[in-house]
Design a protein around this ligand. Structure first.
Ligand SMILES: N[C@@H](CCC(=O)N[C@@H](CS)C(=O)NCC(=O)O)C(=O)O
Length: 356
């Protein structure tokens, strides 16, 4: 019953957002688009971001390791850092970001309508989201997967022991689909308890309303971590039932904006591969390594090709960090090993095309 209540109010909120968003989208097209194409960079989104001096970035705002304000109210986490990196590249200042908290359900309409410039919100890149919802996904910055958290007292050590269980899951997620597929394929039954609000779903799990809580395993690790002394009362089951490559999304139709977001992430990966980090980037000022010189704007015109300052990638590394810096700051404290998220040179999947 209660879950339906959440869903209904969510729909109302989404309805209001769609209307407001459509208006914002129209204004963006009429107000910026027309003249922007005539005299601007060829990217309506880039021109709008520059004109307002701020990147509007959709996040969740409540998930440790991804986007969560610290005690000073500063948004921390890997999703937030992706927003900041784009702001550093485009505006030369990572603090020029307006973070918009979004739910699993209203995140897509917020992007479609033009309410946000970029969605960086634990969002899995899928064919449907790209082809049907009309988004382009910049590269995966986190190879995640659907996992299950249970209370140790339940005595379960394998997902297959969850036959007949109640499972807490957020609506509008790829998690929902992954669980349904897995249980059907393995001839198992389960009852989904769908709750949109994060605090409420976590409370439902803690109070015993569901036997298991399922979402991206990194978020489960973060949630367990935030339980402090009680963390060891919870078990993260070892089986990962789906691929959840998390990537930032932009609207289709603004290729130059997509190029920028994509190459900001590739620049962070390239910097890590080359050993150029936030703490040592200035020692590379006189580097003679061609890849380093191009990355930092000493040679070539990579920034210019993107419609940015040639110091764009230097600003990203200096002001935000390379991919490893961001991982160590945001994700490592949750106790999540780098694993397949390591650079390809270290046996992982993080691999950027040549920056030349
Ligand atoms: N990656 C999946 C799952 C996303 C998801 O459910 N994330 C959760 C856990 S990280 C979340 O955002 N919770 C925060 C909230 O809803 O406020 C998707 O794109 O559908």
């Amino acid at each position: 019953m209660t879950e339906r209540g959440f869903t209904r109010s969510a729909h109302r909120a989404v309805g209001a957002k769609i209307f407001g968003g459509l208006l914002a989208g129209l204004l963006a097209v009429v107000g910026f688009g027309g003249s922007a194409h005539a005299q601007g960079s060829g990217s309506a989104t880039l021109d709008a971001v520059k004109a307002r001096g701020q990147l509007v970035c959709g996040v969740s705002g409540d998930v440790a390791g991804f986007s969560l304000p610290d005690s000073k109210g500063v948004m921390q986490g890997i999703d937030a850092e992706v927003c900041r990196a784009v702001a550093a590249a485009v505006l030369g200042d990572p603090s020029k970001v307006k973070f918009v908290p979004l739910t699993t359900q209203n995140r897509f309409t917020a992007l479609q309508s033009g309410e946000i410039d970029l969605l960086s919100r634990e969002t899995t890149w899928t064919l449907g989201r790209q082809a049907s919802l009309g988004f382009l996904f910049a590269p995966t910055y986190f190879y995640d997967g659907t996992g299950f958290l249970v209370k140790k007292s339940l005595g379960v050590s394998d997902v297959k022991q969850l036959d007949g269980a109640t499972i807490c899951v957020q609506p509008g997620t790829s998690t929902e689909l992954a669980i349904a597929d897995y249980f059907r394929a393995n001839n198992l039954k389960f009852t989904p308890i769908e709750i949109e609000n994060l605090q409420q779903i976590q409370q439902a799990f803690l109070s015993g309303r569901c036997d298991a809580y399922s979402t991206d395993s990194s978020a489960l690790a973060g949630f367990r971590y935030t339980q402090g002394d009680k963390a060891s009362d919870f078990v993260l089951l070892p089986t990962i039932i789906s691929k959840e490559p998390l990537a930032p999304a932009v609207r289709k139709g603004d290729d130059k904006w997509f190029d920028i977001v994509q190459w900001v992430l590739f620049a962070m990966m390239t910097a890590e591969e080359l050993g150029v980090s936030q703490s040592n980037v200035d020692t590379f000022a006189t580097s003679t390594v061609p890849d380093v010189r191009r990355l930092l704007g000493a040679d070539g015109d990579l920034g210019k090709a993107l419609g940015l300052d040639n110091k764009w990638a230097y600003n990203v590394v200096k002001q935000v960090g390379n991919m490893g810096d961001v991982w160590n700051r945001a994700i490592a404290p949750l106790g999540v090993p780098r694993g397949i998220n390591a650079p390809w040179t270290k046996g992982g999947l993080e691999y950027a095309p040549p920056m030349r």
